[in-house]
Design a binder for this molecule. Structure first.
Ligand code: ASP
Length: 333
């Protein structure tokens, strides 16, 4: 039987880094294609091709890289049974979210992975992650996911929540899609392979502001975002999406933004749970001022979705409809 064909798109991260002997900091190695030599065993089961996108720390990635990765998958879509994207963990949840909007209706998996410890160091997790990511790319799953520390997570539900332990991702508002081990288990709620027509919308408008509230937050910060011509604003509110409405009230500035045709999305600072703008006066005042609710999306998914939506329309009412709808499994209705 022919081995499944998997395409690895390499976009950098710790997995391809080495320590600079002078400064002691991790930086991208020159020869990233080496990573494929680290996993000879898996090549008995799959045919691997490697395509270089970029070799950088993922903190240097921006939406133009998301578009580049999406375009590359789109170009080679019919040639492979699945795709693996290797990048750094710092912004992996953003890229995975972005790709879930750029490539909808997938009939095969797009699997993100990387590592916390470089391949050359003791305790390296990259080899295991890469092998399992390639294996997952052959399985009956058809969505953008992250494979890390033997778990399969929905990409637009994942959050990096740990900096020093190899199990760096969790999925606070959605169960894992599968577990990799003995045996490998895929759960019923994953999207499964079947022939679907791919919807390809790879553009993002990065001109947004993301504001995290804190007690004493100056409403002028929102006015500054409006003055600098933000195309959209996300406010991480308190609890279920509450904002101050007595002293330092944000209500007038939310109205000001809407008057300038700038959508304002209220997200929550809590990892687990859901925005509810009907729960308290704080949220309700934001709602009455015209704010949109991020529901149970992660902030990473909310950011990618707002950028993606703004690349298609600048009409606040249309943006509200898209943000509050489930596009790629990022939001529970
Ligand atoms: N700073 C690295 C990056 O995101 C961390 C990692 O790869 O895990 O590129």
């Amino acid at each position: 039987m022919a081995r499944p064909k998997i395409c690895i798109l390499f976009a950098g991260g710790t997995i391809g880094m080495v320590k600079n002997p002078k400064t002691g900091v991790l930086q991208p190695a020159t020869e990233a294609s080496e990573i494929i030599r680290e996993i000879p065993d898996i090549q008995k089961f799959v045919q691997l091709d490697l395509k270089m996108v970029v070799n950088i720390d993922s903190s240097n990635m921006n939406p133009s890289h998301w578009t580049e990765i999406a375009k590359s998958i789109h170009t080679h879509y019919d040639k492979y049974d699945g795709f693996v994207v290797v990048q750094g963990t710092d912004t992996m949840a953003y890229t995975a979210s972005a790709l879930s909007f750029a490539l909808q209706n997938l009939s095969k998996p797009v699997v993100f992975t990387g590592s916390l410890i470089p391949l050359s160091e003791i305790g390296a997790d990259g080899r295991n992650n890469l092998i399992y990511a390639c294996l997952t790319a052959t399985l009956d799953i058809a969505e953008v996911c992250i494979v890390f520390a033997n778990k399969i997570l929905r990409g637009n539900r994942a959050k990096k929540h740990h900096e020093s332990f190899v199990d760096v991702f969790h999925s606070p508002n959605y169960p894992y899609l599968g577990e990799l081990g003995r045996p490998t288990a895929l759960f019923e709620w994953r999207k499964k392979r079947r022939k679907r027509v791919l919807k390809f919308k790879p553009n993002f408008d990065q001109k947004i502001s993301v504001l995290k509230l804190f007690p004493g937050f100056d409403p002028y910060i929102i006015e500054r975002a409006i003055e600098r011509d933000a195309h959209g604003i996300i406010i991480e509110g308190f609890g279920p999406g509450n904002i101050p409405f007595i002293e330092n009230s944000l209500v007038a500035q939310i109205e000001n933004a809407i008057d300038h045709h700038i959508p304002v999305v209220i997200a929550t600072q809590m990892e687990k749970g859901i925005t509810n703008l009907h729960a308290y006066e704080g949220g309700f005042n934001a709602l009455k001022a015209g704010a949109i609710s991020s529901h149970d999306m992660t902030t990473e998914a909310t950011i990618a979705k707002l950028m993606w939506t703004l690349a298609q329309t600048r009409k606040v009412s249309e943006i509200k409809d898209i943000i509050e709808k489930d596009i790629a499994g990022e939001l529970s209705l």
